[in-house]
Design a protein around this ligand. Structure first.
Ligand code: SF4
Length: 230
């Protein structure tokens, strides 16, 4: 991958539908490529399907022309996995007078390190094998959170997508990470279109189990799916 060229799938302004910033207006920049293959993934992040191939300066020019940056809360760097473009982001972010919100699968700690001084908010996923169908990534998450905590100014939180296959071990490991690095944990029921896969009762049980171990936990479904917005 070229270091200072970004491959971007799409850019649009919309309302954040997940986590503690639900409801804020953001410019979403969706980068191509991902290092994982979660079975519930609903994004087209294929590298060869990029609609924009830009240098940092070209991207700055494009977003200034197309969007009103003064009216948004922040710029969401999303994907795919935006940290696969860390070398690009290290050049791009300092050019822009805006807050940056990084949406990441929290597995690429070395890449995070490159842009740690430039992001304001990190929305990290904790990937539960029962939902993703991929192997256990807890060790990678641990290393990621350790690096993220080196910048005390960053607002860090994590989301964990779960369904009725979630195990006791996953719940404990997830809460332990949140406790160890002292961040807010958002439980996010897996969705299939506009329907929540776990029942309300099941979701509430998982919520209670987490709250017994740690009090900075919230249960927040993906609001944009209910509102039918992007
Ligand atoms: S980390 Fe995100 S973009 Fe990558 S496969 Fe999983 S859900 Fe899809």
């Amino acid at each position: 991958m070229e270091s200072e060229i970004a491959r971007i799938k799409e850019m649009f302004v919309s309302t954040q539908g997940e986590g503690p910033y639900v409801g804020v207006r953001q410019l979403f920049i969706r980068f191509c490529a991902c290092n994982l293959m979660c079975k519930y993934c609903d994004t087209d992040y294929m590298y060869e399907n990029a609609n924009f191939v830009y240098s940092p300066e070209e991207l700055l020019e494009y977003i200034k022309k197309e969007f009103d940056l003064a009216s948004i809360h922040s710029i969401s760097l999303t994907g795919g996995e935006p940290l696969l473009h860390a070398d690009f982001l290290k050049c791009f972010i300092p050019l822009v007078d805006a807050k940056f919100y990084l949406e990441t699968n929290a597995t690429l700690s070395d890449e995070l390190y490159k842009i740690l001084d430039y992001v304001d908010i990190i929305s990290a996923d904790i990937k539960l094998p029962s939902a993703t169908g991929i192997g256990n990534t807890f060790e990678k998450h641990d290393k990621f959170f350790q690096i993220a905590r080196e910048n005390k100014k960053i607002y860090l939180f994590a989301k964990a997508v779960f369904n009725e296959d979630v195990t006791e071990e996953e719940i404990i490991a997830t809460v332990n990470l949140a406790k160890k690095y002292d961040f807010e944990l958002i439980l996010q029921p897996q969705m299939q279109n506009e329907t929540m896969l776990p029942s309300i009762n099941f979701a509430d049980e998982v919520f209670s189990k987490c709250l017994k171990r740690y009090n900075k936990v919230r249960l927040i479904p993906q609001v944009h799916k209910f509102l039918d917005i992007r």
